[in-house]
Design a binder for this molecule. Sequence first.
Ligand code: HXC
Length: 257
Amino acid sequence: MDYETILVEKRDEVGVITLNRPKALNALNSVLLKELRHILSSFSVDDSIGAIVITGSEKAFAAGADIKEMQGLDFVDAYVGDFLGGWDEVAATRKPVIAAVSGFALGGGCELAMMCDFIIASDTAKFGQPEITLGVIPGMGGSQRLTRAVGKAKAMDLVLTGRMMDAAEAERAGLVSRIVPAANLMDEAVEAATRIASLSRASVLMAKESVNRSFEVPLSEGLRYERRSFQSLFATADQKEGMAAFVEKRKPAFRNR
Ligand code: HXC
């Protein structure tokens, strides 16, 4: 498939997706969503890909859902057409996804970054949920994922005022895992993704599922889920290899078995 709104490349075992609507600061329109879903589902079944990086431009990761595309919607269009519903599929990607964020990550842009497993931000990044200034509210998880990430006080502040926070504030608040100089952003993100891709695939997928489970279920169920997953990994050759390599003081050679 030829893509109109994204660029796609493979860097060894890492799939890199670059949002590419520069004239609209990577505003997320329906074509972009369709293309993103397509490439993510193709990466999901591609055994040569172990992790994914989603990035934008230096000026904008994404400045939100495309306001020009959605301004004419009415309730029936939005509700019956399940407007924004397709983003759940992006969030459900099983392989690890890192957001490499430079510049604006606003509204749907911030929400897309939060659908990823963690966010590496450049020192120029700015995050916000400005939907309230447009007469709506976040619709792709901003009121839910942001609150889980930064807590009620900061989430209410951002969602109710629509103000932006810079990278330093986002890191202090727990939204961002690390901040790097803008020039190093992609190197850092691809390096992190490469490391993840080099590890045992089954343990990586289970680790992601297990952390995500903590947002869905009570602690006792989450602990049980984690323990069962941990125990089941003893059925893999990679567990034998990982532990043997430690004991023998060598690097493990995982085979994804
Ligand atoms: C459509 C957008 C856009 C958007 C920017 N553009 N953001 N187009 N949807 N979300 C377009 C502008 O119209 C302009 O096009 C071009 O990108 C450059 O933008 P400027 O405003 O000229 O750039 P600048 O002055 O640098 O300001 C950057 C900005 C501003 C602060 C990021 O663009 C901005 O406030 N954008 C909107 C941010 C926002 O409200 N996001 C939330 C969207 S709602 P032209 O053709 O004029 O040159 C959302 C809802 C999620 O995400 C789901 C719930 C419904």
